[in-house]
Ligand binder design. Structure first.
Ligand SMILES: [Fe+2]
Ligand SMILES: [Fe+2]
Length: 200
């Protein structure tokens, strides 16, 4: 049996009684919003409307965090060890990337804490948990090549994470999308460098 359609009285300017506002589907009234916010206050930024698998998201973010730190360390190693004709130009890229990967790590760690998790920065297990590898590279060109490979790994894993999170956690998704865009820039820079490489 279908419900009879409700008749909404037309608001008139001389009627002082507040009319219940009609809300689009999925939009709560103020009283419901207030009551929900008071419940489970210890969950901080995480409310009932968070529908992603929080534990799984924290785990993925921690894997990405480990990857970023391994990348920071690899870029610093390459920055200090870069030698040869093109070293001056390439060193600047390595240093900039090291700093940007560090910033990515910061964003991930912050989000992990917001979700009620703990950032895993245990150095003893960093390389096992990282997607990308710590490759020292035998010369400058090899370093660039290894970094391009690491960036391509990061790109694929961030894209997979974005697909997993989807629209269930739009804040995490936005953070991951911002990081992904920068990893694509990094990869693009190295691809350009390798393409125009002269000599060994
Ligand atoms: Fe990164
Ligand atoms: Fe990167």
């Amino acid at each position: 049996m279908s419900k009879p359609a409700k008749q909404h009285p037309k608001p008139s300017s001389n009627d002082s009684t507040p009319q219940p506002a009609s809300r689009p589907p999925g939009i709560s009234d103020t009283a419901t919003l207030r009551a929900k916010a008071r419940k489970d206050i210890e969950d901080g930024a995480i409310t009932d409307s968070y529908t992603a698998d929080r534990e799984a998201v924290i785990k993925l973010l921690n894997d990405a965090l480990a990857t970023e730190y391994v990348c920071v360390l690899r870029y610093y190693r390459h920055y200090f060890m870069a030698k040869g004709m093109l070293a001056d130009a390439v060193k600047g890229e390595f240093l900039e990337h090291a700093q940007q990967e560090q910033a990515h790590a910061g964003k991930l760690a912050e989000r992990i804490v917001q979700l009620g998790g703990e950032p895993d920065l245990n150095p003893a297990t960093l390389t096992q948990r990282s997607h990308a590898e710590y490759k020292e590279g035998k010369d400058l060109r090899d370093m660039v090549r290894e970094n391009l490979i690491a960036e391509r790994i990061a790109i694929d894993s961030y894209r997979e994470m974005i697909n997993f999170v989807g629209d269930k956690d739009t804040t995490t998704k936005r953070i991951l999308e911002e990081i992904l865009a920068q990893e694509e820039e990094h990869a693009d820079e190295f691809a350009d460098l390798l393409e125009g490489w002269i000599g060994e």
